[in-house]
Structures are given as structure tokens and as C-alpha cells.
Design a protein around this ligand. Structure first.
Ligand SMILES: NC(=O)c1ccc[n+]([C@@H]2O[C@H](COP(=O)([O-])OP(=O)(O)OC[C@H]3O[C@@H](n4cnc5c(N)ncnc54)[C@H](O)[C@@H]3O)[C@@H](O)[C@H]2O)c1
Length: 356
């Protein structure tokens, strides 16, 4: 088992290892004052691991209530958020109790936002079951739901009290979802460079990550820890974690969220790096190495939409303000920079990135 300690506005541990779901009960019971846990999950994940998680909680003497909603980004919305809060109230949850989010980033973001606001804030535990949530989304306290007009438009910063990542649960993840997580892992490799980047380059593809799951997740979580501890509320360096996200989010939205998040990030990274190389911000070698990596993993390196389709979506991005947008631009693996770009110039960036 690996442990990463996070010291933000709340301090907590991220535990990564095989079989940790069975320790949920004892670890939740050790949080001061917790007597009841609302276990939140989507229907797919609950069917696989819900009973095991609930049993672990019961065995530790905790009361368990459950809230299960249909899987998919489309349900990370205000309606399901309201239903979750009603379920918590009906279950008699008090301010010292806790929510537990069993699932991927959708379950984690929704549960975290509900925990941030229920009775003005109660604790929550992250139990990530996707590679994407294990390596990224479950850590750092960003919580949100989507509005019909945009993704993650309503949210709060609310750190979890504990993150328990049972790597064994990732074994049932559909291949496409595992690949999506690889997209976020490659993002961390571009941010960090060095050993993580070289290690991924030495892999044949996603199987390499699967074979070194604990170490790869630990490394990504350590990197995220450093950004979160330096800039918890996302006003400075944490923004660099948005590498690939501005164009990626656009593609994700246009696909009606059928394109998995990490695949969209991969495509977004390819586009921004291609544009950065064309404009002299990064070495052609950086672009070549990124494209080789994406190809080896079978991740997309282009966005299947036109600039005309993408631009209106990108203009609505949270990173757009005052006629400008911030683009995160790689220079070499291990060095990226934030550039403020005027909205009218975005079309040129997209064109240089291969989006016509
Ligand atoms: N808060 C953050 O910092 C942050 C960071 C990155 C992404 N996100 C958010 O995360 C979300 C994407 O998360 P995701 O990629 O985990 O998607 P997800 O939560 O939708 O999970 C993907 C699919 O896999 C299924 N699944 C999950 N675990 C499984 C398992 N172990 N076995 C079988 N099936 C399983 C789910 O039911 C779902 O259908 C997006 O909403 C994104 O905005 C948040």
C-alpha cells in the first residue's frame, strides 16, 4: 500500500492499494464523530462494489444509507444533486456524519459538491474506482455539477476527509475508460517530465500502466498534491493542471459527453502542443514524443470537430474572462506555461493545432 499525505485547508491521506475497500469501515469509523455514512454510487459501480463497501461499514458498527443514480456525465446535474441532498436528509445524516463517493469522477464530483453544501458542509470520503479518478479527480477538493449550458459550472472547493483507492476495483473498468485515465496520466507526465514521462515512453501502451498501477497512481497523486498545496483555490500554478482541457472540454461537450474525459484531454493536449510547436513555444521533438506516446496508447491526437463548432463552446469555458482565455502551453516535458490569449486569436491557435 502507498500513502500520500495532502496538507491543504484540510489534511488527509490518500491510500492506494489492493483490497482497501474492505478497510472502508474501520477507516471511516476512525473519523471523529461519524456514526452514519451515506454511500453514494452510480448503478454500474454499486452493482459491482456497493454491497462490499456497505458490509465493511456495517461491520465497523456504522449505520449505512445508500444513494444510487444512473451512470454517466449526464447525471452529474442539479436534479440528481437535489435528490442526493433529500436522501441525506431523509436518512437523518447529521453534520458529523459523512458521505462516501464510490465510483469515478462523476460520482466523486457530485458527492463532493453535495457534501460541501449539505448542512453547510459535511465530510466525505473518496473511493475512486476509475483510473481517472484515482490518479486525478478524487484528490484536491474540486467538486462540481454541470448545467445544461456547461460542464462544472456550479461547484465548490471541499477537500475529502480521506481517499481510499482500492486498485483491485480498476480490474472491471471497461477498456475505453481505462484508456481515458491513461490520458490524464499522460497529462501528468507532460507536466512533470523526468522519470514519469520516460517510464510511460518505455511502456507498450495501457498494459504498462495496468502492470504498475500503484506506482503510477501514487506518482500522479504526489504531483497533484504539490499543485494543490501550492495553490489550493486555483488562482495560480494549479491552473497548469488544465493542460489539454480548454480544447478537450470543447470536444467533450460537442460529443454530448460520449468522448470520455481523459480521451478529450489527450486530443486537447495534441492540438495545443501542435499549435505551440508551430508558433515556436515548444521544440518539434516535444510534439513528436507526445504524439508517439498517444499513438502507442491508442489515444486520439486530433479533435473531430471544426473550429466553427468548437469556438462558441470554448468561449463559454470557465477559463475565459474579460475577452481573454488562458491557454496552458507545453514547452518541453516537465515545463509548461500559461499564456493569456485574446478570444479572437483562438481560431489561429486551433488552425495551427490542426483544427480547421
Ligand atoms: N474534481 C476534479 O478534480 C476532476 C478532475 C478530472 C475530471 N473530473 C471529472 O470526472 C468526471 C469523469 O470521471 P470518470 O472518467 O471517472 O468517469 P465516470 O465517473 O463517468 O466513470 C466512467 C464509467 O465507468 C464506470 N465505472 C466506474 N468504475 C468502474 C469499475 N471499477 N468497473 C466498471 N465500471 C466502472 C462508471 O459507471 C461510468 O459509466 C468528469 O465529470 C470530469 O469533469 C474531475
Amino acid at each position: 500500500m502507498k500513502t500520500v499525505h495532502i496538507d491543504a485547508s484540510a489534511a488527509y491521506d490518500v491510500l492506494i492499494g489492493d483490497g482497501l475497500l474492505d478497510e472502508l469501515g474501520t477507516r471511516a469509523a476512525s473519523l471523529p464523530g461519524v456514526r452514519k455514512v451515506l454511500l453514494v454510487s452510480d448503478d454500474t459501480v454499486f452493482a459491482l462494489y456497493g454491497e462490499r463497501a456497505a458490509e465493511s461499514l456495517r461491520k465497523a458498527g456504522l449505520d449505512v444509507a445508500t444513494f444510487v443514480f444512473p451512470h454517466g456525465e449526464a447525471f452529474k446535474n442539479l436534479e440528481v444533486y437535489g435528490e442526493l441532498l433529500e436522501a441525506a436528509l431523509a436518512a437523518g445524516m447529521t453534520r458529523t456524519d459523512a458521505f462516501a463517493a464510490l465510483g469515478g469522477g462523476v460520482v466523486g464530483d457530485l458527492t463532493g459538491f453535495a457534501a460541501a453544501t449539505f448542512k453547510r458542509g459535511i465530510r466525505f470520503i473518496q473511493l475512486p474506482t476509475t483510473l481517472l479518478s484515482a490518479a486525478d479527480a478524487s484528490v484536491g477538493g474540486k467538486t462540481a455539477v454541470d448545467l445544461p449550458g456547461g460542464k462544472n459550472q456550479v461547484g465548490a472547493f471541499h477537500q475529502p476527509a480521506l481517499v481510499l483507492c482500492d486498485t483491485h476495483t480498476l480490474a472491471t473498468l471497461p477498456e475505453a475508460q481505462f484508456l481515458s485515465g491513461c490520458g490524464e496520466v499522460i497529462k501528468y507526465a507532460m507536466l512533470a517530465g523526468g522519470e514519469l514521462f520516460e517510464t510511460l515512453c518505455s511502456f507498450d501502451g495501457a498494459d504498462g500502466i495496468a502492470a504498475h498501477l500503484e506506482d503510477v497512481i501514487r506518482r500522479c497523486v504526489e504531483l497533484k498534491r504539490d499543485y494543490v498545496q501550492a495553490d489550493e483555490f486555483d488562482t495560480g500554478v494549479r491552473m497548469l493542471l488544465n493542460l489539454g482541457h480548454t480544447f478537450g472540454h470543447g470536444a467533450e461537450a460537442l460529443s454530448g459527453y460520449k468522448l470520455p474525459h481523459g480521451c478529450a484531454v489527450a486530443a486537447g493536449m495534441a492540438v495545443i502542443t501542435r499549435a505551440a510547436a508551430a508558433r515556436g513555444y515548444c521544440e518539434p521533438e516535444t510534439l513528436r514524443r507526445l504524439l508517439t506516446l498517444l499513438e502507442r496508447f491508442g489515444l486520439p491526437a486530433s479533435i473531430p470537430y471544426s473550429a466553427e463548432e468548437l469556438l462558441p463552446v470554448i468561449r463559454g469555458d470557465k477559463k475565459a474572462a474579460g475577452g481573454n482565455i488562458r491557454l496552458i502551453v507545453p514547452e518541453v516535458p516537465g515545463r509548461v506555461r500559461a499564456l493569456t490569449v485574446a478570444i479572437p486569436d483562438l481560431a489561429g491557435w486551433l488552425r495551427d493545432g490542426g483544427v480547421l
